[in-house]
Design a protein around this ligand. Structure first.
Ligand code: HEC
Length: 431
């Protein structure tokens, strides 16, 4: 594999592949450039032998030979740090659940201390992080992407040039009161090393989008009891919420976080992925969630939506092509890492081969199948008692979108995995 250097046996390439290509899951070699390593909640790979020794050996080689000196390119260093960080967090997050076992096994500790030391050595200074280019802007400037949805060519991916503008037609949805969770809370938990933001765009523009948000917030009975809940405790969003018009679009953006040379959390201007859903229609023909549709393709069609994903590709990013962003193709498959079971879960094991997964762009339907607003999974954020989105940053007008990465880093900083990482970081820096 030649991700960091044309030579496949380059130390950085070997470090990448020991994490992303699993010898016990051969089809991981078909997707070595995935955004997240193929490690699920119950995975033992890299903690159990023989893969544990393998990863430790490569990390030790990196540390002993000062592998950090081999590559100076700040974008590559940022990427390697990000990837090692996801391995670190995975090794932490699964731990407290293992009842009856020591809090940290030797395997985890050996891995964690080395990962953090390599992360520290490839860290960028705050100035270097600030100087990183905005890859989203590069992608837009490259002219590689259409600028908007075209109903005549729904298979054609697009990248909205104005997504991050202050007065964009895409209205940013913000999760944060002083104490609340990030807006895309499930994603934030699953990938806590990234910042997520959500945008909504009604076809009639920014003002109409705010008016719609107000109508949701003013809706008298936004929450109803969950039907058939025997204990009458749970509530859900009312399925009769005001509907938005056909032509509405929603976007979920994932951006990179990094740790700088001082051990502080930073938000570089690097976009990792953009997922977009466009509503051709909000009156799905089939309200039974596609159950009566004769095929998945038919059910997807009846959802009234078109699905898109544009994501970071390391080789393309390093070659400075279109900001490293590329559209996921219609039939492309990935190991599913978000709220999903993987090959290490369940018995008998499932999803051992990539071919057992649905194409990514069909899988969107599984979690977003209802018509219109009912398929907006974060819609609870737009209802009382959450705040009216109109209110950011102050009730004065006009109301700009928040600056880049408004979903700030406090949330991550309050997490246990961050505390543990900081502890290792300080210990590593002190000798
Ligand atoms: C395993 C379930 C799941 C899959 C698969 C999934 N999503 Fe989502 N998506 C969610 C959840 C849950 C949220 C709400 C935000 C949160 O809590 O993180 C969300 C949020 C979004 C949002 C922001 C608006 C909203 O609905 O809240 C967009 C846009 C989006 N997803 C697009 C996609 C696209 C495109 C795909 C396929 C490439 C996809 N999603 C696949 C679960 C999923």
């Amino acid at each position: 594999m030649a991700i960091y250097d044309p030579n496949p046996t380059h130390l950085w390439n070997r470090l990448h592949s020991v994490i992303f290509v699993r010898s016990d899951l051969p089809s991981t070699s078909r997707v070595p450039d995935s955004l997240d390593p193929p490690l699920w909640f119950n995975t033992k790979y890299l903690l159990a032998q023989p893969s544990h020794d393998r990863v430790i050996r490569v990390l030790d080689e990196f540390l002993q030979t000062h592998g950090e000196r081999l590559i100076r390119d700040p974008v590559k260093r940022a990427m390697l740090q990000r990837d090692l960080w996801s391995l670190f967090d995975w090794s932490v997050v699964r731990e407290p659940e293992r009842v009856g076992e020591p809090a940290y096994g030797k395997g985890e500790q050996e891995l964690q201390s080395r990962l953090v030391e390599v992360m520290r050595r490839v860290a960028l200074t705050p100035e270097e992080i600030r100087a990183l280019p905005s890859n989203y802007e590069q992608a837009v400037a490259s002219g590689q992407f259409a600028k908007e949805y075209d109903p005549a060519h729904p298979d054609r991916p697009f990248l909205p040039p104005d997504l991050f503008d202050s007065y964009s037609t895409w209205v940013g949805i913000y999760g944060r009161g002083p104490t609340s969770d990030p807006v895309a809370v499930s994603h934030a938990y699953a990938f806590s090393r990234s910042n997520f933001s959500i945008y909504l765009r009604l076809p009639a523009g920014r003002k109409a989008t705010f008016e719609y948000l107000r109508s949701l917030w003013d809706f008298p009975q936004s929450w109803i009891p969950v039907p058939d809940d025997p204990r009458h405790e749970q509530t859900m969003e009312n399925p009769a919420l005001p509907q938005f018009p056909a032509g509405t679009e929603v976007a979920l953006v994932r951006q990179m976080l990094l740790v700088d040379t001082q051990g502080n959390l930073e938000s570089p201007p690097i976009t990792e992925s953009i997922q977009i859903r466009v509503y051709r229609s909000v009156n799905a023909l089939d309200r039974s969630n596609g159950e009566t549709a004769s095929s998945l393709a038919e059910a997807i069609k009846s959802s009234g939506q078109d699905f898109y994903q544009i994501r970071l590709s390391r080789p393309q990013l390093f070659a400075n092509r279109a900001g490293g962003l590329r559209a996921t193709e219609r039939d492309e498959r990935e190991f599913s890492m978000f709220n999903s079971f993987g090959p290490d879960e369940g018995s008998p094991a499932q999803f051992i081969s990539l071919d057992q997964y649905q194409p990514v762009l069909q899988s969107c339907f599984v979690c977003h199948h209802r018509p219109g607003i009912d398929s907006v999974n974060s819609r609870g954020r737009l209802l009382k008692p959450n705040w009216l989105q109109h209110d950011y940053p102050a009730p004065e007008k006009p109301i700009p979108n928040a600056p880049w990465s408004y979903e700030d880093t406090n949330w991550k900083q309050n997490r246990y995995d961050w505390g543990l990482l900081s502890g290792y970081w300080k210990a590593a820096g002190s000798h």
